[in-house]
Write a new protein. Structure first.
Length: 129
């Protein structure tokens, strides 16, 4: 997916939203790394941008926190994502998207087992469109 940076507003958009908003022409394609997973400013869709080492650590820390928090916390639906891509999603589905992104990174055995464990216990109940 192409990611667009609106440098005037310092916001990132997925290709669909950049075109719908008519800002794709003034935006530049963004292919930078970030210290955490990025989401479209308009629809909250995960952008899948490359992560720095700090970004990988950020995701691993969230996975550890999720595992410690227990099933009830993982299944909570948070109001901060009450619209767009994650509307009605359990918190673990957001972190799961981040965890799946780590599949393209070289992780040590311990971290790879951690990610696999998390993915196994947080099976997605519904598909995202």
């Amino acid at each position: 997916m192409n990611v667009y940076l609106d440098s005037e507003a310092c916001e990132l958009y997925c290709e669909d939203c950049a075109c719908e908003k008519g800002i794709a022409e003034r935006c530049e394609l963004y292919c930078g790394e970030s210290d955490c997973p990025q989401h479209c400013e308009s629809c909250d869709r995960p952008l899948g941008n490359e992560l720095t080492n700090d970004g990988v650590d950020y995701v691993l820390a969230h996975i550890r926190d999720e595992l410690r928090s227990g099933q009830a916390a993982r299944n909570a639906v948070h109001g901060c994502y009450d619209k767009g891509y994650y509307a009605g999603s359990r918190h673990c589905e957001i972190v799961r998207d981040w965890a799946e992104q780590l599949g393209g990174y070289s992780l040590d055995d311990r971290d790879e087992r951690l990610v696999d464990r998390y993915l196994n216990i947080t099976e997605v109940k519904h598909a995202k469109g």
